[in-house]
Design a protein around this ligand. Structure first.
Ligand SMILES: Cc1cc2nc3c(=O)[nH]c(=O)nc-3n(C[C@H](O)[C@H](O)[C@H](O)COP(=O)(O)OP(=O)(O)OC[C@H]3O[C@@H](n4cnc5c(N)ncnc54)[C@H](O)[C@@H]3O)c2cc1C
Length: 327
C-alpha cells in the first residue's frame, strides 16, 4: 500500500537470510512509528514456502515466483521491483547491505529518481516522516546522518548484524500477494550462465557473530589450521587480511576490509595482523575486539577491547584448549 515500509528479503540454501530478518525487525519498528503497514518483497523460483514463512513477520508478502527469477539478474530484478514500487508507492524500502543489494538498489534508486543510503548503522524516523540513516564515511572516521529530501521511497541498505532478530507472529498474520512477473526482455542485456557457490560449512563473514581473522603473522596457509580449530570451538567464521589473500593463503571471499567484506560481529579476534586502516575500515563496528600480536606498537591494539601481547603460535593453541574445557 502507498506509504508502507518495505523490506527486500534474500534467501540462501532454502532459508531467509539472517540479515533480511534483522532488517524486517527494524522495518516493523519504523512502520509502527509511521502508522503504516510492513511489506516484504521476495523474488525467486520455488519460493512458495519461504513466502508463507514471511507472513509471520510482515503484513504483506509480495512474491514473484518464476524460473526467470531463479538466478539473480540485475536487469530482471530491478524491472520487477521498479514497476511494483511505481504502482504501490512505498515510503521506505530497506534491505541488508549484501553484495546483491549493493548491486541492485543503486540502479533502482536511479530509475525511481530517489536517494539511497548504503551500509547504514542506524535508522530513525524524523518528525516529518523522513528516514534518518546513519552511515560511516572516510573509513568510519565520521558518521553522517543522511536524509533523502526528495524522491520516494527512501532506500537504505543496512550493515548485517546491526539489528536484532524480529519477533515471530504466531499465528502468522500477513497475507501473500503473488506478483505477475512480466519482464521487458529487450531490456535484459545480461545473461547469467551459472552461479558458483563456494562450499562453506561456516556462516558467511558478513553474518557471523564471531570472527577469527588471521594476518600475515600466520606465516603460511597451513597455519590457518590453528584458526580453524579455534573457530570450531567458538562456532566462528575465519577471516583474512588482504596481505594473506595476496599471498594466496586464503581466498578473497575471506577478506575483511576496504576491498573485502565489511563485518560487524559480536566478537572479533584479530590474530597476527597489524591493524592497517584499510583492514580496520571493514571491522571497526565489531562489538568486542580481541587482538593477539607480538608487537606492542601494532595499531590494532588501539582498536582492541582486549590486547594479548605475545606469540600467536603459543597463545592461539592455548586459547583453543582452554575454551574446549570451558565451553
Ligand atoms: C586500496 C587498498 C585497499 C586495501 N584493502 C584491504 C582490505 O580490504 N583488507 C586488508 O586487510 N587490507 C587491505 N589493504 C592492505 C592494508 O593496507 C595492509 O597492507 C594489510 O591489511 C596488512 O595485512 P596484515 O596486517 O596481515 O600484515 P602486516 O601489516 O604485515 O602485519 C602482520 C602483523 O603480524 C604480527 N606478527 C607477526 N608474527 C607474529 C606472531 N608470531 N605472533 C603474533 N603476531 C605476529 C606483526 O607484529 C604484524 O603486526 C588495502 C590496501 C590498499 C592500498
Amino acid at each position: 500500500m502507498a506509504g508502507d515500509v518495505w523490506v527486500f528479503a534474500e534467501y540462501q540454501a532454502g532459508k531467509i537470510r539472517k540479515t533480511s530478518l534483522e532488517v524486517l525487525s527494524k522495518g516493523r519498528e519504523l512502520a509502527e512509528q509511521l502508522g503504516s503497514g510492513l511489506g516484504v518483497l521476495l523474488l525467486g523460483s520455488g519460493v512458495d514456502g519461504l513466502a508463507q514463512e514471511l507472513t509471520a513477520y510482515a503484513d504483506t508478502v509480495y512474491y514473484g515466483d518464476n524460473p526467470l527469477l531463479e538466478k539473480y539478474n540485475n536487469d530482471v530484478y530491478y524491472q520487477i521491483i521498479a514497476a511494483l514500487a511505481e504502482k504501490e508507492k512505498p515510503h521506505i524500502l530497506l534491505a541488508g547491505a549484501t553484495f546483491l543489494a549493493r548491486d541492485l538498489f543503486p540502479r533502482l534508486a536511479g530509475r525511481l529518481k530517489t536517494g539511497i543510503a548504503v551500509d547504514c548503522l542506524s535508522l530513525e524516523m524524523g518528525d516529518d516522516g523522513s528516514l534518518i540513516a546513519r552511515r560511516p564515511l572516510f573509513g568510519g572516521k565520521v558518521l553522517a546522518d543522511v536524509v533523502c529530501r526528495e524522491g520516494r521511497p527512501q532506500i537504505a541498505l543496512v550493515r548485517p548484524n546491526t539489528f536484532s532478530l524480529p519477533d515471530v507472529q504466531s499465528p502468522a498474520q500477513g497475507k501473500v500477494l503473488p506478483l505477475d512477473v512480466t519482464v521487458d526482455t529487450s531490456q535484459v542485456k545480461l545473461e547469467v550462465l551459472d552461479v558458483t557457490r563456494m562450499a562453506k560449512e561456516r556462516l558467511d563473514l558478513t553474518e557471523a557473530e564471531i570472527i577469527v581473522t588471521g594476518g600475515r603473522g600466520m606465516k603460511g596457509a597451513e597455519n590457518f589450521q590453528l584458526l580453524d580449530d579455534l573457530a570450531d570451538v567458538l562456532g566462528a567464521t575465519v577471516g583474512a587480511t588482504r596481505g594473506v589473500v595476496d599471498n594466496g593463503w586464503r581466498t578473497h571471499d575471506d577478506q575483511v576490509g576496504k576491498s573485502g567484506k565489511t563485518v560487524s560481529p559480536k566478537l572479533y579476534f584479530a590474530v597476527g595482523l597489524s591493524g592497517a586502516i584499510h583492514h580496520v575500515m571493514g571491522m571497526n563496528t565489531s562489538k568486542v575486539v580481541v587482538a593477539i600480536n607480538k608487537d606492542p606498537q601494532a595499531p590494532i591494539f588501539q582498536y582492541a577491547d582486549y590486547g594479548v601481547l605475545g606469540d600467536l603460535f603459543e597463545i592461539v593453541p592455548l586459547l583453543t584448549e582452554t575454551l574446549k574445557k570451558e565451553i
